[in-house]
Design a binder for this molecule. Sequence first.
Ligand code: CO
Length: 429
Amino acid sequence: MKSDSCVPDLLSFLDSSPTASLAVMRLAAKLDEKGFVRLEEGDSWNIGTDVRFYTIRSSSSIIAGVTGTEACETTGCRIIGAHTDFPGFRIKPESDRKKENISVLGVELYGNPILATWFDRDLSLAGTLAVRAGNSISRRSFMIRKPIFRMASPAIHIEREINKNGFKVDPEKNTPLLFSSAGAVFDDVLSLACESADVQRDSVSGWSMEVWDPQPAALGGLEDDFIFSGRLDNLTMCHAAIEALLSSEDSHETRLVSLFNSEEVGSRTLNGARSAFLDSVIERLAGGRNEYFRCLARSIQVSADGAHAVHPNYPEKHDPGCRPVLGGGPVIKVNAAEKYTSSDVTSAYFKTCAERSGVDVQYFVSRNDMPCGSTIGPITSTRTGIRSVDVGNPMLSMHSVRETAGKADHDAMIKVLTEHMMGSVSIRD
Ligand code: CO
């Protein structure tokens, strides 16, 4: 097991992943370095034992794995699931216009960002371009770091009650991005995107563009025990999952990491958790329908997504008993309405993996007067019948443009996930 911290690598991963597609690209590059082979879903697969592979669906979801020394129908798979997307804003088509001599660009909400946190930040652009060569269309990612956009807040003098009433954002009226006082238009933005992707402007016939905050991720707090960054929910768990896969070299189990796009908008997409992406990969590994069902019945999934730490300035928002803190270790999420998959035995499974790796765990349960979120765990578990536990690292300000997490928790989570991948703990229910 690794003794050195994976946090520096996490910070650079966060900085180079302003979109789900770029996050997947970066993780795939790491897998390439470690000798994983890329499989295309459109090809025929014939995977033997002890094979390192990954497959990408629609650029923004990835399943990576190592096949065990025994057939997965007899051992099942050890799976870690997480999501690659995060809340934010997408550029609307045909939306540039001039208002009061400033060029502005309209945005659409993606998921549920804390709107006010995006104001007065140095925002930039990343996304994908649809590039045409003859009649063939392909996708190319791009990333700009220059702060070309602003969501500007109203001055205190024109919104005098803003501190008393809270900064209320009208998502239609107040969010258009300011990008020029010299008459630039959207086509100039698109040209910059083409330049950064190194493609000819006239070969681009479509795009998907996301607003992002290019301020680099940083360690903070007096003792550097916090992580400050955008996209901690849920790129931290994507990173931890791949690190655990790579750290579990001595395992004889079939291990899979499945990272899905679209969680923040309900997972109903061709490569979201509601798609058949994971099922189809497992079926191909198992080889036949009967073997596939045997494999599902013997598999265990850890679904990893951000968890709410107790906020010292909003302590009343948590259950009086379950009070997960930053730096206190991974959190097991419990919910009677099954918005989390954690059960008696799967919670005990994760806790046992934690004990074996010398890591403390914490628990989260929501107050009865506050609805709780959900994640991909219940979706994949419902689809496949794979037993599952929902966990995550404690964090503050979830869905802010700049979230806060605990540094120690990241390496701790990787240790527990590695133990899960080793397959030394089992469930018989
Ligand atoms: Co999440």
